[in-house]
Design a protein around this ligand. Structure first.
Ligand code: SF4
Length: 366
């Protein structure tokens, strides 16, 4: 437990709560961008113990949740093709598409496999030269470097039977989109620490300046989250809007240069649709021209897909922080982790899953 217990110390937590309480004089709305932080907040009851003036708004930082329905449907169509081995991380398997999920494709005879690394998919492609191996490459800046590395390796090895269905999204354009939304209420951000471990936090000062909003790079343990909140509150109360790094044990200003070089080689910025939110300009990565042979969307004919979102699901509003999960009328009724209507109920970083799994059933609560 070393390196964990230190960040879960109840005495230190009490001290941080006291400091936040002493500093807070008016209502503030703070968004934790990352779903991992949302789960830490709900699991530890942090939102319930904060002064009533502070509202935590859960952000869109769950990669599985924001993968567009059309791409999920394309994944389902590719995975159902004969001769395909479709590889994905586990939490994608239960994300509902328009009609079914990847588990259903598997039970119908599709060869759908859970992998723990994109490089496992490369190995599968080497071991199965007569099959097409497709990896579902989703995620933020955190998961993008190993996915980029897999494509780089596939090219280096001359693999002709490997491709990637790419759905990578980027955090800074999402922050800009949230701040520019006419319904925006966010006054300060806890930036996602693991994204910043790759990209650094050099991208954030222009955002803090443009939108006059404090941004504090924050980790995931309870004390990390409390320290992030404390720093945002101190800035808000004193009228500052700066970028601070409260996750110094992991994050530097420049980030991981080797990972960034790999990303720059394999991907190019592109407009991306976010499930429940819509298209955000320059908010994602697609394969660069020299790697287009590995683009599963181009390799397989999966055009003309008609997507049908559940009319009951309000995940878009959850992801933008305009409603809390338990304010969705379907929460815990038509929609549960066993029978999810939206990705936010099944993903390990989904806000609806956090509220369900930690028993936050009461609408109107914090
Ligand atoms: S509770 Fe279910 S239906 Fe409601 S927003 Fe969340 S995922 Fe969608």
């Amino acid at each position: 437990m070393k390196y964990q217990q230190e960040f879960r110390d109840p005495e230190l937590a009490r001290k941080l709560f006291d400091e936040i309480r002493a500093a807070t004089t008016k209502p503030w709305a703070i968004m934790e961008v990352c779903g991992g932080q949302t789960h830490s907040i709900i699991r530890n009851g942090i939102d319930q113990l904060l002064p009533k003036e502070i509202e935590l708004i859960h952000g869109p930082g769950c990669p599985v949740c924001v993968t567009p329905l059309e791409l999920i449907d394309k994944a389902l169509a590719i995975a159902a093709k004969p001769g395909v081995i479709f590889c994905s991380f586990g939490d994608m398997l239960r994300v509902p598409g328009s009609e079914k999920d990847l588990f259903r494709v598997k039970s119908d005879g599709g060869d759908v496999r859970t992998v723990y690394s994109p490089l496992d998919a490369i190995k599968l492609a080497q071991e199965n030269p007569d099959r097409e191996v497709v990896f579902f490459g989703v995620g933020f800046e955190t998961t993008a470097p190993p996915n980029a590395m897999a494509v780089f390796q596939a090219k280096r090895l001359g693999l002709k039977n490997f491709s990637m269905l790419v759905s990578h999204v980027l955090v800074p354009p999402a922050i800009a989109a949230i701040m520019e939304s006419p319904t925006n209420r966010v006054q300060g951000f806890l930036a996602a620490g693991h994204v910043c471990s790759v990209m650094g936090f050099s991208q954030y000062p222009p955002l803090a300046e443009k939108y006059k909003v404090p941004i504090v790079v924050t980790g995931f343990e309870p004390l990390d989250v409390l320290e992030g909140i404390r720093r945002v509150v101190l800035q808000l109360e004193s009228g500052r809007h700066e970028v601070e790094n409260a996750y110094e044990r992991i994050v530097t200003y420049e980030g991981n240069k080797a990972a960034q070089a790999m990303l720059a080689d394999v991907f190019v910025e592109s407009d991306r649709a976010w499930r429940g939110i819509g298209v955000i300009p320059k908010s994602g990565w697609s394969l660069a021209e020299k790697y287009r042979d590995f683009d599963a969307e181009l390799r397989f004919d999966v055009t003309g897909i008609k997507t049908v979102e559940s009319p009951l699901c309000r995940a878009g509003e959850v992801l933008q922080g305009t409603i809390k999960p338990h304010e969705c009328p379907a929460f815990g009724k038509e929609c549960t982790p066993r029978k999810p209507l939206g990705a936010t109920m099944v993903s390990s970083e989904g806000a609806c899953a956090a509220y369900y799994n930690y028993g936050r059933f009461a609408a109107g609560g914090k």
